[in-house]
Design a binder for this molecule. Structure first.
Ligand SMILES: Nc1nc2c(ncn2[C@@H]2O[C@H](COP(=O)(O)OP(=O)(O)OP(=O)(O)O)[C@@H](O)[C@H]2O)c(=O)[nH]1
Ligand SMILES: [Mg+2]
Length: 368
């Protein structure tokens, strides 16, 4: 029996099993089996190279962050790329216009944001239909996914895509579950928790670990609300990615005002029309906000900073990462930094390597 048949068989069994206290353990184990089979499915097959994006599909990372456009065919992904970057990706009114990934740079607030246009994906992409698996593999390498949706199609596309991404081990707008798993060589499975977990117990935890041939481990549950699925994700840690996602409903020029209003009220959602240029600027701003990038103006002693040419770093960056971004040897030459702006207590503040900078701070690095 192939992996796909095995998956179907387990899904059947899960559908047939009533959900109640008595079947909780059995259903939990089935979920664990399912996750393991899906993981097998995602592992590169012999002759397929190293997996990942597939031959000639993945493009090199560029700029300060990567944003991928994922969506069904003909929703307007290429239209968006052409609108916000200098790259032209062919857009047309037939499906599967784009057959490989195309990258472009969006210049915003002094940052270069790489936008990756991808072929449309369809239902059962995770099972290998169309270019789905390669598309999702690129999505996995992004700092943000823009799920581009057709606003005339209601919520149906979104549910299907969420399900495909979920199956491929991508968790959207979700933090990594607060569970620590330490695999050991002896001593059996021990579960500890800060507060008693609501959905997990030692029996299901060791049952699931056994499914993955782990017989000795320390499990610490730090959040009592974590679920069986969360624990399975922790066991499969290297196959699960947590990524931010913005839901972008395009083509609002052909949607009713009521529907447009309803869609726009959902969390993490933006509505736009590439055709009549509506909402594009708001979307750029939202992308910037979601990426959490910050601008720094570096200056030399006695010279004013160039406010037209910021340096872009990640949110919560320390002076140390600023040094590393300037030059790999900078850290060793570092004496102290002078910081002006909202992160400094007084202007300028003399800071060490651990100081966390804020958006639009001015930084002067003083070297030995
Ligand atoms: N009415 C309307 N049509 C649009 C809008 N944006 C794009 N389109 C049209 O939708 C069609 C598909 O656009 P593309 O940008 O090629 O779509 P895609 O998502 O890249 O499609 P694939 O590459 O096939 O996956 C084209 O005919 C566009 O002109 C919009 O905001 N409103
Ligand atoms: Mg396209």
């Amino acid at each position: 029996m192939g992996v796909l048949e095995k998956i179907a068989q387990i899904q059947d069994e899960m559908a047939r099993t009533q959900k109640n206290k008595a079947t909780e353990y059995h259903l939990g184990l089935l979920k664990g089996k399912l996750a393991k089979l899906r993981r097998e499915l995602l592992e590169p097959q012999p002759g397929q190279g190293s997996g990942g994006g597939g031959q000639g599909f993945e493009i090199a990372k560029a700029g300060d962050a990567r944003v991928s456009l994922i969506g069904f065919p003909s929703v307007g992904k290429s239209s968006f790329l052409s609108k916000v970057t200098n790259t032209k990706s062919e857009a047309a009114n037939y499906e599967f216009t784009t057959l490989t990934s195309v990258g472009g740079l969006l210049h915003y607030n002094g940052a270069e944001i790489q936008i990756v246009d991808l072929p449309g994906i369809i239902k059962a992409a995770a099972q290998g239909k169309g270019r789905g698996r390669q598309v999702i593999a690129v999505g996995r390498t992004s700092d943000l996914i823009l799920m581009v949706l057709d606003s005339t199609r209601g919520d149906e596309q979104r549910k299907i895509l969420e399900n495909e991404l979920e199956t491929m081990g991508i968790r959207l707008n979700k933090e990594k579950p607060n569970i620590s798993l330490k695999i050991k060589s002896s001593g059996g499975v021990k579960m500890n928790s800060i507060n008693p977990p609501v959905h997990l117990n030692e029996k299901i935890v060791s049952g699931l670990l056994k499914e993955y041939k782990i017989h000795n481990a320390d499990v610490l549950i730090k959040d009592e609300n974590v679920t069986i699925d969360d624990f399975i994700d922790i066991i499969n840690e290297s196959h699960v990615t947590y990524i931010k996602c913005l839901y972008v409903y395009n083509k609002i020029d052909v949607t009713s005002l009521e529907e447009c209003d309803r869609l726009a009220r959902q969390p993490n959602t933006v509505v736009m029309s590439c055709e009549i240029d509506l909402g594009i600027e708001d979307l750029k701003e939202e992308i910037w906000r979601q990426l959490g990038l910050i601008r720094l103006y570096t200056k030399r002693r006695g010279i004013a900073p160039n406010f037209n040419d910021p340096m872009v770093v990640r949110n919560n960056s320390s002076i140390q990462s600023v040094c590393d971004a300037i030059h790999r040897d900078m850290r060793n030459q570092f004496k102290f930094a002078l910081v002006w702006g909202s992160s400094s207590k007084h202007s300028p503040q003399k800071c060490g390597l651990t100081h966390i900078v804020h958006d639009e701070d001015v930084v002067q690095i003083v070297t030995k």
